[in-house]
Design a protein around this ligand. Structure first.
Ligand code: FE2
Length: 340
């Protein structure tokens, strides 16, 4: 298979209070507002190469509206769409995605909306206050301390981690980089996939609910661990609780910090970690006891980290059909260590 996808390009999320979310992203995370279309607000990090990387859309609950990947070429977009359709998913062609234009959007087998596109609008401030003295830098570094350089990854929730990873590997060519299987039972609770040299631009965590299409978190990249620590420091001073971290994931070897935006959706800052471009990488199967999530293994992940969005007890959720062993796995402290 030719390489189809290049990188995660944007994440669109819904928020019941768009203005509160946008204010947080601008003033606490350090994103820049670039456009508003039909109530949706488009934002970018200072180092993002395209028009935007985050879209906040009005909605009743926090949720993933879509996650978008740029393809490696126009031909790759056609091929990717064909492969999705050959896998039995019709999808639809869009012509009017703001600042992108043509895109192929489909709902994957576990209910997550993905958008694939080749066309983009590049962002480059070449004059004025936002222009950088680095010619390759899309705009000047943010004055918000700890502001991320760019979007990093999205981690979704689904009821079958291994089947999810296999589908995205076989249909779209994501490389499977690692997975976590419980110490006590052969249950996969986490896996990471990538389209490039990062450990992951797509993560998947076991979802014990029966609500499809949920997101666990999405993440931004900061250049240094110091910026991640400063972000944690300032969030605390500004009265925003830190959910988990700062610490380091075993899988991917990235430093992490988790907190929530006003909708309650979880966001993460990442930095460090390996770069891996091995095309025939053999993924390791980690045990939580090895520190797959927290390599220091000196704290238990807060139970709140198992919450995904929208909430499992929402209107379309049911407890029926969720195997007992999965329910137990999610209540087991070691299972909690499996996520990343
Ligand atoms: Fe993450």
């Amino acid at each position: 298979m030719i390489k189809l996808l290049s990188h995660l390009s944007y994440v669109a999320i819904t928020s019941p209070d768009v203005e509160a979310s946008v204010e947080f992203y601008k003033n606490q995370v350090g994103l820049i507002e670039v456009d508003r279309v039909d109530g949706a607000v488009y934002l970018r990090c200072w180092g993002d190469y395209y028009a935007y990387s985050v879209v906040v859309i009005p909605g009743d609950e926090p949720s993933l509206a879509t996650a978008a990947w740029r393809t490696t070429s126009a031909e790759a977009l056609e091929e990717a769409a064909k492969r999705v359709q050959a896998a039995g998913i019709e999808g639809e062609w869009l012509d009017d995605v703001p600042h992108i234009g043509r895109a192929f959007r489909f709902t994957g087998p576990w209910g997550h909306s993905l958008t694939l596109h080749w066309d983009v609008t590049r962002h480059h401030d070449t004059e004025g206050e936002a222009a950088s003295s680095y010619p390759d830098r899309p705009s000047r570094r943010s004055k918000v301390a700890g502001a991320p350089r760019q979007l990093d990854h999205v981690t979704i929730a689904c009821s079958d981690v291994d089947a999810f990873a296999a589908w995205y590997n076989e249909v779209l060519g994501f490389r499977i980089m690692a997975r976590t299987v419980l110490d006590e039972a052969p249950i996969s609770v986490f896996s990471v996939l990538t389209t490039n040299e990062k450990s992951h631009d797509l993560g998947v965590v076991l979802d014990g609910s029966s609500r499809a299409g949920r997101i666990n978190h999405y993440a931004f990249w900061v250049d240094t661990r110091e910026e991640l620590l400063i972000a944690a420091d300032i969030l605390g001073e500004n009265g925003y609780p830190i959910e988990y971290g700062p610490s380091i994931h075993g899988i991917g070897e990235q430093n992490f910090l988790y907190y929530r935006e006003p909708s309650s959706l979880r966001i993460e800052l990442n930095t460090g970690g390996y770069r891996n471009y091995v095309p025939d990488w053999t993924p390791n199967t980690w045990k939580p006891s090895q520190g797959s999530n927290n390599m220091y293994r000196n704290s238990v992940m807060p139970m709140s980290m198992t919450e995904s969005f929208p909430p499992a007890d929402g209107p379309s959720a049911t407890e029926e059909g969720v195997p007992e062993e999965i329910k137990e796995a999610l209540l087991n402290p070691y299972a909690q260590q499996g996520q990343g």
